[in-house]
Design a binder for this molecule. Structure first.
Ligand SMILES: Nc1ncnc2c1ncn2[C@@H]1O[C@H](COP(=O)(O)OP(=O)(O)OP(=O)(O)O)[C@@H](O)[C@H]1O
Ligand SMILES: Nc1nc2c(c(=O)[nH]1)N=C(CO)CN2
Length: 182
């Protein structure tokens, strides 16, 4: 059995709808999902804020299956890849995969596991903690609690991530409650 942590982000178009499509695609395989968080763009490109969620999913799948489904969802959202770390309708990253409770560690550039930049990204860690308060991440320096990794980030990074207000945060909510303007 394979358990994966996935991060999904969107900052183009109907951001909430793009994230909802991810949750819908995994259906019963979703073990936990964070509320939507509004996140300042990471990576130095000036662009609109993202909406991000982190999901924990479980099924009899290979690590590559999780990546392929993520790519399929990106295609369905008509994602174009122009600038690295630039704007996109949908980005699905595989953060970490455990198979039979053993973490997969792989430096394959097609699917590097765990995701090499996850520990630096408050937009991944904060929603992840919301979905799983006991979450841990394998790093080259050892296994760390996600809360410790988060505490090690700059305050500015953490301050750029806030939960979307409760009335609008449900990824399963009716789209009429998820408009970009209040
Ligand atoms: N853990 C991973 N999750 C998702 N994609 C990965 C992973 N490891 C390697 N990749 C590869 O990275 C390639 C580029 O992905 P993408 O364009 O989404 O990068 P990005 O989201 O802009 O940047 P980042 O990789 O820093 O999140 C993908 O085609 C994929 O094969
Ligand atoms: N806040 C935030 N910033 C990003 C994101 C994202 O999902 N959220 N995705 C990126 C693509 O790699 C680049 N920067």
């Amino acid at each position: 059995m394979s358990r994966a942590v996935l991060s999904a982000g969107s900052n183009v178009g109907d951001r909430a709808a793009h994230l909802r499509a991810v949750v819908d695609r995994f259906g019963d395989e979703v073990v936990a999902v964070s509320p939507i968080h509004v996140t300042a763009p990471w990576g130095g490109v000036e662009q609109d804020d993202f909406y991000n969620i982190t999901l924990v999913v479980e099924a009899d799948r290979t690590p590559r299956d999780w990546l392929d489904i993520g790519r399929e969802l990106e295609r369905e959202a008509e994602r174009t890849r122009e600038i690295r770390w630039g704007p996109r309708t949908l980005d699905v990253d595989v953060i970490s995969v455990d198979i039979d409770q053993t973490t997969v560690v792989d430096d394959d550039p097609e699917l590097t596991l765990p995701h090499p930049r996850a520990a630096q990204r408050a937009f991944v860690l904060i929603p992840w903690l919301a979905a799983d308060p006991d979450a841990t991440l394998w790093t080259p320096d050892g296994v760390r609690s996600v809360s410790a990794l988060l505490a090690a980030l700059d305050e500015d990074e953490r301050d750029g991530v806030t939960e979307l207000g409760p009335t609008r945060s449900g990824v399963a909510a009716d789209s009429s409650s998820d408009r970009d303007t209040p």
